[in-house]
Design a protein around this ligand. Structure first.
Ligand SMILES: Nc1ncnc2c1ncn2[C@@H]1O[C@H](COP(=O)(O)OP(=O)(O)OP(=O)(O)O)[C@@H](O)[C@H]1O
Ligand SMILES: [Mg+2]
Length: 266
């Protein structure tokens, strides 16, 4: 471990700033943290007689920590989660998700394997919570994640159709390791929308992990994907390497509403 850049008794002279050429070189190398900390670390090292290795280690570890932190912040911002939900907050026992399935999902090995997760169940049963919480965990584990609703996805693809950039829109989305498509089937799609969704799922197939949530059991996807053959091919790819979880407990929203009502009555 590197030593903290502190002194037992404060040194009399303030740390000298780095020579201009060194400052400029660190700027070019984008080593902002080294540039910021180096004067103080070098000063402390001299006073405390650190070894050269300790100096190097302290500066490099600080740079790596700052980079990790800023990458995490950027990935979190880029994911576009609508809310913050965590796996710790998810009450497995109160849901219909088997503990073993939850543990497997929380382990995240399925993300780099480009397996999918499909959550199907009625309103308020934790589908979005689980997807977003897994998304957060995947970001923390170093993965690139993108959350969007099916409506947003189809809208983006439609816009791509207008300026002939559907391929580029899909490529940009598939630069993420885990793409979450929530609220599939809230609005019915026309034939073009179905084709576009198919193009996206086909492009992601065996390349990226998809997490989807829908109210509709798969046999009823014809309700919002009218083009039968395409809908079948889409489901075929989606479900080939997938964990399917049916969330069928009572709505958490209704439970909380009832608890609140009961509390206010008493
Ligand atoms: N097992 C759970 N443990 C803790 N909180 C839960 C659980 N399931 C759901 N919730 C909470 O209940 C609320 C509704 O859950 P969520 O938004 O995930 O439902 P949903 O299945 O996505 O519903 P919809 O289909 O309407 O989008 C959220 O505040 C969520 O955090
Ligand atoms: Mg939801």
């Amino acid at each position: 471990m590197a030593r903290a850049a502190t002194t037992a008794s404060p040194p009399a002279a303030p740390p000298a700033s780095l020579p201009a050429d060194l400052t400029e070189a660190l700027r070019r190398l984008k080593l902002a943290t080294v540039r910021r900390l180096a004067p103080e670390v070098l000063h402390t090292a001299k006073v405390q007689r650190w070894t050269p290795e300790e100096v190097l280690r302290t500066l490099i570890e600080a740079e790596v920590a700052a980079r990790d932190e800023s990458n995490l912040r950027n990935r979190l911002r880029g994911a576009g989660f609508p809310v913050t939900k965590t796996l710790e907050e998810f009450k497995v026992a109160a849901s219909s998700v088997p503990q073993a399935t939850f543990d497997y999902l929380a382990g995240l090995e399925w993300v780099p394997k480009a397996e999918n997760l499909c959550l199907v169940g009625p309103a308020g049963t934790g589908k979005s919570h689980l997807l977003v919480a897994l998304g957060h965990a995947a970001v923390a584990a170093g993965h690139k994640v993108r959350y969007l609703t099916a409506a947003e996805l189809v809208e983006q693809l439609y816009r791509g159709l207008a300026d002939n950039s559907v391929g580029r829109v899909i490529d940009a989305l598939l630069r993420h390791d885990f793409v979450i498509v929530d609220e599939v089937g809230f609005a019915p799609l026309d034939d073009t929308g179905t084709q576009l969704l198919f193009r996206f799922v086909a492009a992601a197939y065996e390349r990226r992990a998809l997490g989807i949530a829908s109210h509709w059991p798969f046999e009823q996807w014809g309700r919002f994907l009218p083009e039968h053959v395409t809908a079948t091919s889409l489901l075929d790819r989606l479900l080939h390497h997938a964990t399917v979880v049916v969330t069928e407990s009572e709505s958490f929203r209704m439970r909380e509403t009832r608890t609140r009502t009961t509390r206010s009555r008493s």
